[in-house]
Design a protein around this ligand. Structure first.
Ligand SMILES: O=c1nc[nH]c2c1ncn2[C@H]1C[C@H](O)[C@@H](COP(=O)(O)OP(=O)(O)OP(=O)(O)O)O1
Ligand SMILES: [Mg+2]
Length: 206
């Protein structure tokens, strides 16, 4: 029989190599997360139609992670993505999904018609929840930019109307390999990845 220390060591080893499950209903998010993380994290995915909670990005992401961890009984990550207009004090924020569905790219631009300030930012909050009884840990990434009339392929959400600062292209126009090194999602994942590496969790091939 394994000694307690050996048992603890093998439990730690299990956690180290156990897959981390990214729970999302969005194939586009999953594709980006897989390409940003590569093989550094031992990642698996599970498609769940997560509720659209209200609140701050942090509270929304944490609520998704708690639900996903208790539904699957596994370590999970979830994320919430916001698009925030400075002229509107951060709105639509976590409600961007409904605004986009309701009024589209043109309507989102029109919402800023009465304001000089077209600046905004994309915000992504990942939540890591180690299991059903664990408290989610949050990692935020933010990319500044401005809201512009749609340019580029409309494959992913509001990508055509967001032009990140320092670039002349929208997220939709730029190569994925560029978006994935400057995006809100990339910045949040860099923090998550550092945390997992520091704690030796879910490590893939470095
Ligand atoms: O990088 C992005 N570039 C452009 N658009 C994006 C991006 N990331 C999310 N989006 C869109 C999808 C949805 O309209 C809203 C976020 O809503 P949000 O609830 O976080 O995502 P979701 O419901 O699609 O998937 P999930 O199951 O993970 O909640 O912004
Ligand atoms: Mg959602």
């Amino acid at each position: 029989m394994a000694t307690p220390t050996a048992a603890a060591a093998s439990a730690a080893q299990l956690l180290k190599s156990q897959p981390l499950i990214f729970v999302t209903g969005s194939a586009n998010k999953l594709r980006e997360v897989q390409s940003i993380l590569g093989t550094k994290i031992h990642l698996a995915s599970h498609a769940l139609d997560l509720p659209e909670y209200q609140g701050t990005s942090a509270s929304v992401s944490a609520a998704k992670a708690k639900l996903a961890a208790s539904t699957l009984n596994r370590p999970v990550i979830t994320e919430d993505t916001c698009l925030c207009f400075n002229a509107l004090n951060g709105l639509p924020g976590p409600y961007i999904k409904w605004f986009l569905e309701g009024v589209g790219h043109e309507g989102l631009n029109k919402m800023l018609a009465g304001f000089e300030d077209k600046s905004g930012y994309a915000l992504c909050t990942f939540a890591y929840c180690a299991g059903p009884d664990a408290e989610p840990i949050l990692f935020e990434g933010r990319t500044e930019g401005r809201i512009v009339p749609a340019r580029g392929p409309a494959n992913f959400g509001w990508d055509p109307i967001f032009e990140p600062s320092g670039f002349t292209q929208t997220y939709a126009e730029m190569d994925k390999s560029v978006k994935n090194t400057i995006s809100h999602r990339y910045r949040a994942l860099a923090k998550l990845q550092a945390y997992l590496a520091e704690h030796g969790l879910h490590q893939g091939q470095q």
